[in-house]
Design a protein around this ligand. Structure first.
Ligand code: IMP
Ligand code: MG
Length: 193
């Protein structure tokens, strides 16, 4: 039972509908990029999805199944909310990026764009490898000032500055399996601060 859930912000149907839309839009855009290239090139083998663990796990699983493209799926782990804190303490890579991104069309997928530190870090590291394109896709974007300016090309939903859980997002490692985007009963913020 999810007794600590106070209310639902985005329900299952709304998430599913939006993820379908995003998947087909992204697939269309990538297809256009691939078609614009030399037809002799390794068509279709050059789309790399980089999912930021663990928050993007469920979103990515649903999103890529809406993208009928030949693609590779890579996972990177970035930690930004150690323990039960809900305040960003900066981003740190906990794994290495795939090393073969040169010339590829890279889509970085994360659960939420908040301070911007996580996606800025991953994007900069991807760009060092000279990919053909880099895009960012997030399910949620918080309407807060960014600590680091980073833009997402694809955004599922803009949400107010509330701490949310579910559909991959956690509080202290829990609630990722909750199927909706929800707000926890207060108080949760700064629990380990
Ligand atoms: P940023 O680096 O501050 O943009 O934070 C991005 C990461 O922080 C995301 O990948 C999430 O894992 C986490 N995060 C930010 N806001 C929330 C939230 O409201 N609930 C759960 N996790 C969050
Ligand atoms: Mg995360």
């Amino acid at each position: 039972m999810m007794l600590d859930i106070e209310r639902t912000l985005i329900d299952r149907d709304a998430i599913a509908a939006r993820v379908r839309e995003m998947g087909s839009q992204i697939a269309r855009d990538l297809e256009r990029d691939l078609n614009a290239e030399d037809a002799g090139a390794d068509y279709g083998g050059r789309v790399a999805i980089i999912a930021v663990m663990t928050g993007a796990l469920i979103f990515t699983a649903d999103l890529v199944r809406e993208m009928p493209l030949k693609l590779s799926l890579e996972l990177v782990t970035v930690s930004s909310y150690p323990g039960s804190s809900t305040m960003s303490k900066g981003a740190a890579m906990r794994s290495v990026l795939p090393k073969d991104l040169r010339g590829k069309h890279v889509l970085i997928v994360d659960d939420i764009l908040d301070s911007g530190q996580t996606l800025d870090l991953v994007k900069r590291l991807v760009q060092e490898q000279s990919p053909a394109t880099v895009r960012i896709c997030v399910l949620l974007r918080k309407l807060v000032p960014r600590v680091v300016e980073v833009a997402a090309e694809y955004v599922g939903f803009d949400i107010p500055n509330e701490f949310v859980v579910g559909y991959g997002l956690d509080f202290d490692g829990y609630y990722r399996n909750h199927p909706e985007i929800a707000v926890l009963r207060q108080p949760v913020s700064g629990a380990d601060a």
